[in-house]
Every structure is written in C-alpha cells, then in structure tokens.
Design a protein around this ligand. Structure first.
Ligand code: ZN
Length: 184
C-alpha cells in the first residue's frame, strides 16, 4: 500500500504526458530500477498517478512516459471505490495458471482502441515496493490481466502483439488516422 501523501500530491500535480504508439520508446526493453533511481521515481509519482487517474486508466508503465525503467503503477479499484494504488518496482511474473481467460483490453498509449486478449487467468508476481521490500502477489481477474499488460510494457510489448496481425494492423491504422485527425 502506498503512502496517501502521494495521492494528495497527485491531486495538484500536472499529469505527465502519455506517449502514443508507434512511439519507439514503447518498444524498448527497460532496465532494472536501481536504488539511485528512486529519487527520480518518487518525484515523478504524483504526475504519473494524476495522468493515470485522469485518463482514466488502471495501469501505467514507465515507457509510456518515455522512461526506460522497470516499474509501473496499477490501480484496478472501481472509480466509486476507494483507491488502491500500487507501485511495482522491477516486477516479474513468477508463474502463470494453465487456464486462460479472455478480456477486452485497451491502453493509454493506444487511445480508443480495444481488442479481446487471451492471457493466463491467474499469475504470481514478485516486485519491490517503494521502500525496497520484496513482495509477492497472487492475482486473478482484472488485476491479473492488468499486471500482465503492464509488465509486457516493460519488455516493449503492447496488447496488440497478442492478437492476429490482421487485427493489429487494423488497430494501428485506425489509431494513426485518429491521431492525424486530432492534430489536423
Ligand atoms: Zn498499456
């Protein structure tokens, strides 16, 4: 669980701009977070949470704001529920269930684009918290999907990589067109 002061700070922070695919940094593999990165990460958290909640989104990974560091934010709480913010430093999937689940996914870096994605239904994830302690969580349902989606980002993988090339190309073309129209 996170210090509530971060959520307080997020209320007045400027949202960090989120990069849109096909931005090349979204395809880079991040490097593990080291102790000396923590000051920068802590300083960025209010703006990152603000960007995620404003979107609104349930996860945000460092490459989506141009940072090549292995960490992400997650909060799958319903908008009407109390927030459940998590910061996962150096997360890794330890094990996956054999059973698979289909869930519709979207991504803040592919705005307005959605597709059904098949992934393991449950995962066990190990990560470090902001204070450096090691944690493991067993996740299923929406949290399992979200964690896998965010950890994929840290390896340069987008949710569209899990669907057919035909559907992926359709989504990427539609996204490019919508982005051109937004600018034009
Ligand atoms: Zn995403």
């Amino acid at each position: 669980m996170i210090d509530t002061s971060i959520l307080e700070a997020a209320k007045t922070a400027d949202p960090t701009p989120i990069l849109i695919a096909p931005q090349p940094v979204l395809r880079q593999i991040t490097r593990p977070v080291a102790a000396e990165d923590m000051a920068q990460i802590n300083a960025m958290l209010p703006g990152l949470f603000r960007a995620m909640y404003d979107a609104p989104g349930i996860g945000l990974a460092a490459p989506q704001v141009g940072l090549g560091l292995r960490f992400c934010l997650v909060d799958v709480a319903d908008e009407n529920e109390e927030r459940h913010p998590m910061v996962l430093i150096n997360p890794e999937v330890l094990s996956e269930s054999e059973s698979m689940a289909v869930r519709e996914e979207g991504c803040l870096s592919l705005p307005n684009q959605y597709a059904d994605v098949v992934r393991p239904e449950a995962v066990r994830v190990r990560y470090r918290t902001l204070d450096g302690s090691q944690q493991e969580i067993e996740a299923d349902g929406l949290l399992a999907t979200c964690l896998q989606h965010e950890i994929d980002h840290l390896d340069g993988i987008l949710f569209v990589d899990h669907i057919s090339a035909l559907k992926r190309n359709m989504i990427m073309r539609r996204l490019a067109k919508e982005q051109r129209q937004r600018k034009g």
